[in-house]
Design a protein around this ligand. Structure first.
Ligand SMILES: Cc1ncc(COP(=O)(O)O)c(C=O)c1O
Length: 393
């Protein structure tokens, strides 16, 4: 039996995984090497130094061979002891999961809820910290991928955590490398991300940064629930230049190359490019006649959440876009099931990807009977993208 999966490359406009640049793909076909030898030691050292620049941290950073959730679990398991109070914002599917993960490690989540489509307010965090001075950490999903909401007050939250002497743990899985997050400057004690989003790599690697303040808590912790994710063990092995367990060597080649591309572009230019592409998507969707799900001041630059035209369910729309127009878009989750779709704006994107996506959404909604303003949508995208410098196109 032949394989039914098409060999034709789709344009991946998902909120992860994302399009991996050919340069990064090519890096992976280098011969494998032993992960206890000098060659891998050199690669690991390069990868860590470059990734630290992307995180804008001078503190410890570890690359794990897991998906993003592995790094989240790593952060939580190394901090939480039974009954520890951990403040967490819940405003979508992934922040709900974060609260669940806190419980799974024996913590007591103190939930700051906000409506889907909205960001938590710093004042709500301040109140809950005042009412619970014994809380050990505040954890926040910087970019809620299910709703396309970014917590724009993260820097303020970082200041608050410093004043109140509480750890700040940030899930930046769907944003780091695509929008501003200077980890040290914003007082983020543990920052978590994954390879398959704005870092432009295939899935399989995750990252966790660890501040000295976080190490203080880790070093006095008595309960250990995970062997694979034990940070003191990672630190001990890193001292010799290695990882404690077998790393996904080929993905480290990919990451090394992807970091070069990120640093060659430069972080400010990269963030500006994501913002311009996001403006193009939002402007085009509104011009077409579709609603946006996130409140204006919190709209993400890395994932756009768009309302489906009434009477058209997102599964049907995305299937048409995938099969007829060759583009993969993200679906709706939980309480927004069927009502919206998501456009990933991550990593290797510019005018070709955004114009193709806008045109595909405009065409497919028309195919399904929606009377959208197609030419206005294309013009809105074109105009916004004109702000991209030529080399970013
Ligand atoms: C904000 C956020 N947190 C956590 C995850 C889970 O990451 P992974 O599927 O890589 O484990 C995702 C995945 O999309 C995410 O967007």
């Amino acid at each position: 039996m032949g394989c039914s999966v098409s060999e034709t490359q789709k344009l991946i406009m998902l909120p992860g995984p994302t399009n991996v640049p050919p340069r990064v793909m090519r890096a992976m076909i280098k011969p494998l090497m032993g992960h206890r030898g000098p060659d891998f030691k050199e690669i690991l050292s390069q990868v860590i130094n470059k990734t630290k620049k992307v995180f804008q941290t001078k503190e410890d950073l570890f690359v794990l061979t897991t998906s993003g959730t592995g790094a989240t679990e790593c952060a939580l398991q190394n901090i939480i002891e039974d009954g520890d109070k951990i403040i967490v914002n819940v405003n979508g599917f992934f922040s709900e999961r974060l609260a669940e993960a806190i419980k799974a490690y024996g913590g007591q989540p103190l939930v700051v809820s906000s409506e889907w489509g909205k960001a938590p307010r710093t004042e709500d965090f301040r109140k809950i910290i005042k009412a619970n001075p014994d809380a050990k950490a505040l954890s926040v999903v910087y970019n809620e991928t299910s709703t396309g909401v970014t917590v724009r007050s993260l820097q303020e939250i970082g200041k608050l955590c410093e004043e109140e002497d509480i750890l700040l743990i940030v899930d930046a899985i769907s944003i780091l490398g695509g929008d501003k997050l200077p980890v040290d400057e914003w007082n983020v004690d543990m920052c978590v991300t994954a390879s398959q989003k704005c870092m432009m790599c295939p899935p399989g690697l995750s990252f966790v940064s660890v501040s000295p303040k976080a190490w203080e808590k880790i070093s006095v912790k008595k309960q250990h629930r995970s062997f694979y994710l034990d940070l003191p063990m990672y630190k001990k092995y890193m001292g010799d230049g290695f990882t404690p367990f077998t790393p996904a060597v080929s993905l480290f080649y990919a990451l090394n190359e992807a970091c070069d591309m990120i640093l060659e572009e430069g972080l400010p230019a990269r963030f500006a490019r994501h913002q311009i592409c996001a403006d193009a998507v939002y402007g085009a969707m509104e011009a077409l006649g579709l609603g946006l799900m996130a409140e204006p001041e919190s709209r993400s630059h890395t994932v756009a959440a768009v309302a489906c035209p009434s009477g058209i369910e997102d599964g049907k729309l995305r299937e048409l876009i995938r099969t007829k127009y060759g583009i993969d878009l993200g679906g709706s989750l939980e309480k927004w099931k069927g009502k919206m779709f998501r456009i990933g704006i991550m990593g290797n994107i510019g005018s070709p990807e955004i114009m193709s996506t806008v045109s595909a959404v405009a065409s497919a909604t028309a195919d399904l009977g929606f009377k959208g303003r197609i030419s206005e949508a294309l013009e809105a995208a074109r105009k916004a993208l004109a702000r991209l410098p030529a080399r970013m196109n």
